[in-house]
Design a protein around this ligand. Structure first.
Ligand SMILES: [Zn+2]
Length: 715
């Protein structure tokens, strides 16, 4: 330990020292023309990561919860890039947990159809069916630059290229954090490209093991050996390489790596073995995407020309093995669970699980009155509960029984069974709520939500009144136009909103009906948020709907956005968490099904919630003492205090205060580069809101996990 202290560049090193270090570097590399030049002029040891250049080895050493981690990079341009990764548990000697390894990134580049619909804002693109090419990015190291930013240190290795993309490989190390964050940062000049990436590390498998947690929720370990690389279906998207002295776990950003699909199937997002994709001859482990996706619409990621695509992967080295190692990884996603937050309940929406459909189909082919086991206690209930979700709003009868649902006679028993099943599957701590994506009369796709079971027919026949007293089903509504729907929502206290606004079958909506009565009504909530389309050059997810919120707010419409998941199958085999997001509602308690759930709709209508991917939370958000959805009357000064708090797992990237004056959108970025992992922070700052009509807050971490408030309205 003490020998390190002599050599490491430590505070209070000043500029002279740094320049001196850089000059020494220059001398080193002019003497050895093979090594890449290392520029340390933008490095400041105050970042909490100590950097040392010795010959052709660049070493970074930083504090972690376990003790210290040290990464030794080979700058010679020859041989493995990683000379070693060492971990020194608190008070113990440093142990080399891995030697001689190489990061790998393989790109799959396909074609984006820009002629259809709205250019890059596309979901209905079958990229998997069009020609694509896969190949590795190779590093021909030409230069190394070390930079500090707040409490983090970035090492950029220039000379990365392949598949008509070029750029650099970046290692980011965060003070106090056990992650090594690797990014291939590459761009292309070619137009209309969509991409997927696969990544990992290669090394000699001799004496090593590979471990993961399987879909049976137990830890698996296999001897690392030469074998054709194959996908592995795992929990937590993580695979690890184990040596005698420790391990390195490898995993992608938990949400951002998963481009939008209709199904959350576990497609085997990890791999190990030789000859991965026929492109990586050496033994390795890593993360992967299935080029075929869920075999429906498979749009991959947008990669517009001249955008910096950031292809992330995390390595987590430790002296631990097996479950003790995976516990460190799982902490970053709270064990794939949306954590409890005081004063809030978790609400999720837009699931075409088709439980009721399956039940009807089962009953039709089976005369027995007993429920089949898989339907009596369906998997999805456990999956939601394990993910910390308390209230689920379904979107039933979307596919298989869609036509029957539109039949005025056959529809009512369907609805009744949906209501009965939701009641049966709800309990004191979990509410399963009926809902649909009825898509009739308004334009585009939309979601319906009522505070109690409501019977309604989607197409009003000529001879039917708006309200009918039905001998079997009681009060039944028949709707035939937007006015009927608005009347229904008003009478029953229901809400409607645009599903996937401005994309898929809602392309152009809600913009096209923004002047309608129903849109202007407080029964029309706004739009639903999902990370779609996906573009790895953006530091946030789901900008399409964030822009919609800014636009509707500037129209003066006072609308909100809520997280939607919009998938079909949910069971124990699915990679649910990666595709999920949740709404944290300001609710004191979960209502019981029997008493009605009007409080849930009130929280939505009042903007009393925020959206989160789970890793970043916003326990408090107030402007001038007002909560989201409330109205602040500004005084003549136009000044108001922002008082917000954030909690997170991955180190944070930035927060943004977004406001509008009815015409323009204003953004004020708060850099959070000085944050470490597993932190919390209060944001208190005076805002000048003169002339502004609304203000909201977002915050995003380094893996593009985030939290989004609803607006505070200003007068
Ligand atoms: Zn839809």
């Amino acid at each position: 330990m003490s020998t390190y202290n002599v050599h490491w560049i430590k505070p209070p090193a000043n500029l002279i020292l740094r320049v001196a270090a850089w000059m020494i570097t220059c001398i080193v590399y002019t003497q050895n023309t093979c090594a890449a030049p290392v520029d340390l002029s933008s490095y400041n040891p105050d970042c909490g990561v100590a950097v040392r250049l010795a010959g052709e080895t660049l070493a970074m050493r930083w504090k972690t919860p376990e003790g210290f981690t040290e990464l030794n990079l080979n700058t010679s341009g020859r041989g493995p890039l990683i000379r070693s990764i060492s971990v020194a548990p608190d008070g113990k000697e440093s142990t080399v947990v891995l030697r001689n390894a190489d990061p790998v990134t393989v790109l799959s580049v396909g074609q984006r159809d820009l002629g259809k619909r709205q250019g890059w804002n596309i979901f209905f693109d079958r990229t998997r069916r069009k020609p694509s090419e896969s190949g590795p990015l190779t590093l021909k190291l030409t230069a190394v630059e070390v930079q500090s930013l707040g409490r983090r240190c970035m090492v950029d290795l220039t000379g990365l290229e392949g598949q008509a993309f070029a750029g650099k490989l970046r290692f980011t190390l965060y003070a106090g954090c056990d992650l090594i964050h690797l990014q291939a940062i590459v761009q292309t000049q070619k137009d209309a490209r969509a991409l997927l990436y696969h990544a990992g590390m290669t090394c000699d498998p001799d004496g090593k093991s590979v471990s993961w947690i399987g879909l049976d929720d137990t830890m698996h370990r296999a001897a690392a050996r030469k074998r054709p690389a194959a996908p592995e279906k795992v929990r937590y998207r993580t695979i690890a390489l184990e040596t005698k002295t420790g391990s390195v776990a490898i995993f992608p950003p938990p949400h951002r790596y998963f481009y939008p699909l209709d199904e959350a199937f576990n497609l085997g997002f990890n791999w190990w073995g030789n000859d991965f994709m026929g492109k990586v001859p050496d033994f390795g482990i890593g993360i992967r995407q299935d080029l075929e996706g869920d075999r429906r619409w498979v749009p991959w990621f947008n990669a517009p020309p001249d955008t910096e695509q950031r292809l992330d992967i995390f390595w987590l080295p430790s002296t631990k093995h097996g479950n003790a190692l995976f516990d460190h990884v799982k902490a970053y996603t709270h064990d794939d669970r949306f954590p409890e937050l005081e004063g809030h309940k978790t609400f999720t929406s837009h699931y075409h699980i088709e439980h009721t459909t399956r039940l009807i189909e089962e009953r039709n082919k089976n005369t027995a009155t007993d429920l089949p086991k898989a339907l009596e206690r369906p998997d999805f209930i456990e999956v939601f509960k394990n993910a910390g979700i308390q209230i689920v709003h379904l979107a039933e009868f979307h596919n298989r029984l869609g036509r029957t649902r539109r039949d005025p006679i056959k529809a009512l028993p369907l609805l009744q069974l949906l209501h009965e099943e939701c009641q049966r599957l709800s309990d004191d701590g979990f509410l399963l709520l009926p809902g649909e994506e009825p898509n009739v009369h308004l334009g585009g796709h939309w979601i319906s939500f009522f505070p109690r079971p409501v019977m309604w027919v989607l197409d009003r026949a000529k001879d039917k009144p708006f309200i009918e007293k039905h001998p079997q089903f009681g009060l039944v509504y028949h709707v035939g136009n937007p006015e009927d729907i608005l009347k229904l929502m008003e009478r029953e206290g229901g809400l409607m909103w645009a599903a996937h606004p401005r994309i898929k079958s809602s392309t152009g909506y809600p913009d096209l009906y923004r002047e309608s009565h129903f849109f202007k009504s407080d029964r029309y909530l706004g739009g639903a948020w999902k990370a779609m389309p996906a573009d790895l050059s953006k530091p946030r997810l789901g900008w399409r709907v964030l822009d919609l919120l800014d636009d509707t707010s500037n129209w003066g419409a006072k609308k909100y956005i809520l997280g939607e998941v919009d998938i079909f199958q949910v069971d124990r085999t699915t990679e649910f968490y990666a595709h999920a997001n949740v709404n944290y509602m300001r609710l004191a308690r979960i209502p019981r099904f029997e008493e009605g759930w009007g409080t849930v709709l009130e929280a939505l209508r009042d903007g009393a919630f925020f959206i989160s991917t789970g890793e970043v939370l916003m326990p408090r958000f107030k402007v001038g003492g007002k909560l989201s959805g409330e109205t602040l009357k500004l005084d003549a000064s136009g000044q108001a205090k922002l008082d917000a708090s954030l909690t997170w797992t991955f180190p944070m990237a930035f927060a943004e205060i977004i406001s509008g004056d009815g015409k323009q959108v204003f953004r004020k970025r708060i850099n959070l580069e000085s944050t470490e992992a597993f932190g919390n922070q209060t944001l208190q700052t005076a805002l000048d809101l003169s002339g502004k009509k609304w203000v909201r807050l977002e915050a995003w971490d380094v893996a593009a996990n985030g939290v989004i408030s609803q607006p505070v309205w200003l007068e």
